[in-house]
Design a protein around this ligand. Structure first.
Ligand code: FAD
Length: 357
C-alpha cells in the first residue's frame, strides 16, 4: 500500500511528463511548482525531432501550438557557414507555450497542481514555503534551480551561464531564419537562434562567465561586443530594438549526471543529467527521464535503480555533446566543425543522432 501520492517538485518538461505517465499508470500525483503563472523559462526553445516525439506521446502536438517547423541546422563561425538537414523535422516553440500546454495536459490527466516554492528536499519530506509534504516517492524536477539538500556539484572556475532575449517578429528576420536553427559559434560559447510560434526570434546564449566579466558584467554590453565581432550575429541583432529585457541563469553544470540518489528520490530532467545546450536535447532528456522514472516507480523499481539505469542511458549523449561544446568554444575548433559540416553534412547528422537520448 502506497503511503502518500507521489510528489513531483517542478512542473517543467520533466515534471509534467512524469505526472502524465503516473496518472496514466493509475497514480494521483501532486505536481508542485513555485510559479502559479507559467513563465518563459530561459531556454533555446528548439524541440528536436525526438523531443517532438515524446511530446506527441504525452498528447501534445507541437503543430497545434503553432510551433515553427525547423528542417535544417546552420553552423556559423565567423565567415564560415554550413548547413545540414536535420534527420527529421524539429520545431521552435516558446517555453511559455510549451510549459503551459504540458501543465494543462498533466492536470487534465488527473495531477493535482499545488503552487508553493520548495525550500529543501530530503527523502520522504519536502519543505515548502507554504507547507511541508510527505511522500513515499519524490520526483525532483526543479531543473536549472537547485533546492537545499540536493544541490548539484558546480563546474570549475569559469562555468557556463545562460542569457536570453527575444527579438520581436520582423519580415526580414523571418526570411533569414525561416526553417532553420542557427548556432553562432563564438570563442567561449555560442548563440542559438530560432523562430517561435508568434514569429519572434528566441536568441539564447551559453557563454563562459569570464566573457560577461570582460563586459563589466553587463549583458547588453556583451551582446554589443559579440554583434560587433561576429558579422552574421550582428546582422540578426540589428533587429533587436533597444531596451529588451534579458533573462539570465548562472553556472549551468554541463556534463552533470546523477549516478546515485537517496531511496525514494527520483531525480529527473536537469536534476538527473545536464547535456550541453548546443545539442538541443535538454528537453528531450527531461521528458524521457520523467517518463522513465514514473514507469520505474509504477513497476516497483527503487529510485537508486532508476538513477543508475538512466545514468547509463544519458552517458553517451551528454559526453558527445560535451566534446562538441569544448571543440566549438575554441575559435579554430568552431571553424573546423563548420568546415567539416560543409564538406560532409552527414557528419553533422551523425553528431545530431549521437547526442539524442
Ligand atoms: C542556454 C540554454 C539553452 C538551452 N536551449 C535548449 C534548446 O534549445 N532545446 C532543448 O531541448 N533544451 C535546451 N536547454 C536545456 C533545457 O532548457 C533544460 O534541459 C530543460 O528545461 C530541463 O527541464 P526540467 O523540467 O528538468 O527543468 P526546467 O525546465 O528548469 O523546469 C523546472 C521547473 O521547476 C520549477 N521550480 C524550480 N525551482 C523550484 C522550487 N524551489 N520550488 C518549486 N518549483 C520550482 C520551475 O518553476 C520550473 O517550472 C537549454 C539550456 C540552456 C541553459
Amino acid at each position: 500500500m502506497r503511503r502518500k501520492a507521489p510528489l513531483i517538485v517542478g512542473a517543467g518538461p520533466a515534471g509534467c511528463l512524469a505526472a502524465i505517465a503516473l496518472c496514466r499508470g493509475g497514480a494521483e500525483p501532486r505536481l508542485l511548482d513555485r510559479d502559479e503563472k507559467v513563465g518563459d523559462a530561459l531556454c533555446g526553445g528548439f524541440l528536436s525531432w525526438r523531443t517532438a516525439q515524446s511530446l506527441r506521446g504525452a498528447g501534445v502536438e507541437p503543430e497545434a501550438l503553432g510551433a515553427h517547423p525547423v528542417e535544417s541546422l546552420a553552423l556559423i563561425a565567423g565567415d564560415f557557414e554550413a548547413t545540414a538537414a536535420l534527420p527529421s523535422s524539429g520545431f521552435g516553440l516558446s517555453r511559455r507555450a510549451l510549459d503551459s500546454a504540458l501543465r494543462r495536459r498533466a492536470v487534465g490527466e488527473g495531477a493535482r497542481l499545488i503552487v508553493d516554492r520548495v525550500r529543501s528536499v530530503q527523502p520522504d519530506i519536502v519543505e515548502g514555503e507554504e507547507d511541508d509534504y510527505a511522500a513515499e516517492a519524490i520526483f525532483l524536477a526543479s531543473g536549472k534551480h537547485d533546492v537545499r539538500g540536493q544541490a548539484r556539484p558546480r563546474e570549475g572556475d569559469d562555468p557556463a551561464l545562460g542569457l536570453r532575449i527575444r527579438i520581436p517578429a520582423h519580415d526580414a528576420l523571418h526570411a533569414l531564419l525561416s526553417g532553420r536553427i542557427e548556432l553562432h559559434l563564438f570563442r567561449g560559447g555560442y548563440a542559438g537562434i530560432v523562430l517561435q510560434e508568434d514569429g519572434s526570434a528566441n536568441v539564447c546564449l551559453a557563454l563562459r562567465k569570464s566573457l560577461l566579466a570582460g563586459a563589466s558584467g553587463q549583458p547588453p554590453a556583451l551582446l554589443d561586443r559579440l554583434a560587433a565581432t561576429y558579422p552574421a550575429f550582428g546582422e540578426r541583432m540589428a533587429f533587436a530594438p533597444p531596451g529588451l529585457t534579458f533573462d539570465t541563469v548562472g553556472s549551468v553544470p554541463y556534463g552533470f549526471i546523477a549516478e546515485t540518489t537517496d531511496p525514494g528520490l527520483y531525480r529527473i530532467g536537469d536534476q538527473a543529467a545536464v547535456i550541453p545546450s548546443l545539442a538541443g536535447e535538454g528537453m528531450g532528456i527531461a521528458m524521457d527521464s520523467g517518463n522513465a522514472a514514473a514507469r520505474a516507480w509504477l513497476a516497483g523499481r527503487s529510485a537508486p535503480w532508476f538513477q543508475a539505469d538512466f545514468a547509463v542511458r544519458a552517458e553517451r549523449p551528454v559526453r558527445v555533446a560535451q566534446l562538441i561544446w569544448r571543440i566549438a568554444e575554441a575559435e579554430a575548433g568552431a571553424r573546423l566543425l563548420t568546415a567539416a559540416t560543409r564538406a560532409v553534412p552527414s557528419l553533422a547528422r551523425a553528431a545530431m543522432a549521437l547526442t539524442r537520448i
